[in-house]
Design a protein around this ligand. Structure first.
Ligand SMILES: Nc1ncnc2c1ncn2[C@@H]1O[C@H](COP(=O)(O)OP(=O)(O)O)[C@@H](O)[C@H]1O
Ligand SMILES: [Mg+2]
Length: 272
């Protein structure tokens, strides 16, 4: 074996697990020269596989920019971004859910999911089974034949989540996906996302400006300073996971204390 091959084998042996994310000294600027604006950084952040990381911060602090860097939609101006050990490629690095669902409104629910399954390379014979499984996972059984414009905003966001899960990608990125929904729908979808990611063992990076949402979802919360966003607080969340009673969890004292702590940190971080 040549030294090159040996190095390659060594690299593979300790290559990071699928779905892990690593940001090293990442800075991102929009524009160039005198008009350049630094939106993010410098940020150092490692997200181990299977973690549910929530990024919280005031509007404009660079949360969406960070998510787009991880998705590979943007390249960092300085530093490096790695997903599963490699430079992220847009469209394949992660399943992405945006604030507005971005579906094909004239297509049926089935049509939207099938398109994602086809794009993910699932062959025709398996598509029906996978589709049924995905729709069940996000609580959309029986809606296959409805057109997207006919269903509610909450149901549309469920279709977007099912679509993001279709590719079986180990990493899921969600950018304030429930911000436009009513409180009840939002809570139900939070419960679904918590359960779905846990059961599938996926890594999630979820952006929100709500301390409440962050504490409910996260196994870890990172609070960002105002723009250019840097890490102000990195907090592991030790609330129980797995099969929990959501209502009990939200009503617990630990939950209230964490929510107050995060809420305070966000305010302080936005002011510095
Ligand atoms: N495409 C862009 N061109 C120039 N500035 C941008 C662009 N996108 C975002 N910004 C700016 O970068 C900063 C961070 O934006 P963003 O990442 O969207 O923040 P957040 O998601 O936390 O609200 C903001 O000041 C915003 O105006
Ligand atoms: Mg944003």
């Amino acid at each position: 074996m040549s030294s090159g091959e040996l190095a390659q084998t060594a690299q593979e042996a300790d290559s990071p697990p699928a779905g892990s994310v690593r940001l090293d000294h990442v800075t991102h600027q929009y524009g160039r020269g005198g008009g350049a604006f630094t939106a993010v950084g410098p940020v150092d952040l490692t997200v181990p596989a299977g973690e549910f990381l929530v990024l919280v911060g005031a509007s404009g602090c660079g949360k969406s920019t960070l998510l787009r860097l991880i998705a590979g939609f943007e390249r960092p101006t300085h530093g490096s971004v790695r997903v599963s050990g490699a430079e992220p490629r847009p469209g394949t690095a992660a399943g992405v859910v945006f604030q507005t669902p971005r579906l094909f409104p004239w297509r049926t629910v089935r049509g939207n999911i099938d398109l994602a399954l086809r794009y993910a390379g699932v062959d025709r014979a398996q598509r029906l089974e996978r589709r049924a499984e995905l729709l069940a996972r996000v609580g959309l059984e029986g809606t296959e034949k409805r057109r997207v414009w006919e269903i509610s905003g909450g149901q549309q966001q469920r279709v977007a989540i099912a679509r993001a899960l279709a590719a079986d990608n180990p990493l899921l990125l969600l950018d304030e996906p429930f911000a436009a929904l009513d409180a009840l729908t939002r809570e139900r979808l939070q419960e679904d996302v918590r359960r779905v990611t846990e059961r599938s063992g996926r890594t999630a990076v979820f952006v929100t400006h709500s301390a409440e949402e962050a504490v409910f979802l996260g196994s870890r919360i990172v609070v960002l300073t105002r723009s250019p966003g840097t890490v102000a607080l990195d907090l592991p969340i030790t609330l129980p996971r797995g099969d929990v009673d959501a209502e009990e969890l939200r009503g617990s004292r630990e939950f209230a204390e964490l929510r107050a702590q995060v809420s305070h940190a966000v305010k302080v971080a936005a002011a510095v």
